[in-house]
Design a binder for this molecule. Sequence first.
Ligand code: ADP
Ligand code: MG
Ligand code: MG
Length: 191
Amino acid sequence: MATVVAAHRDELVDLDRMIGDGDHGENLKRGFDAVVSALDSSEVDTPANVLKLVAKTLISKVGGASGPLLGTAFLRAASGLDEVDGASVAAALRAALDGVVARGKAEVGDKTMVDALQPAVEAAEAVKDKSVAEVLAAAAAAAETGAESTIPLVARKGRASYLGERSAGHLDPGARSTSLLLRSLADSAAA
Ligand code: ADP
Ligand code: MG
Ligand code: MG
């Protein structure tokens, strides 16, 4: 995830410049760089503890709206992920979405990361009896379609909502980054 975020930093900055304040790529890069350092310097033993450390680091290092939202997503994903199989990964994604919605109150159609994450969860659940790689591949594909669906939307949550109708015609940066993060997970699981 950190590698993908670094590779797409400028793209995410440019997207956020169109409908926000132009910091999304830098926010995420700072956060995921800190995650790599934190993982390098600690002895996390279980998948749940890795996710908890990621959550804590993102919450403290990523400024802006996306930090607490993504941090909550990783924190909620951690609970219950003792064993990593298709069903538990689908459940972790569902828990992540529930956390994002509890915190940010966005629904599909509001032009946020939820437009990528919710269809990803639904696609993951539909194939949860398959392998982790298949579950994540389904989630990533649905997140990509969901992110693209934000282009015509008028933002109703977050900074982009201040633009009103002028937010239409642009890809939401948080939906784009969510699709990138899920794609990187799917690629890792397939490798
Ligand atoms: P900020 O807007 O504070 O500068 P970022 O640029 O890092 O923070 O993140 C912006 C992204 O956060 C948006 O593109 C959107 O996807 C997401 N976002 C903002 N508010 C919400 C919300 N209430 N619920 C879900 N996602 C949100
Ligand atoms: Mg921003
Ligand atoms: Mg900001």
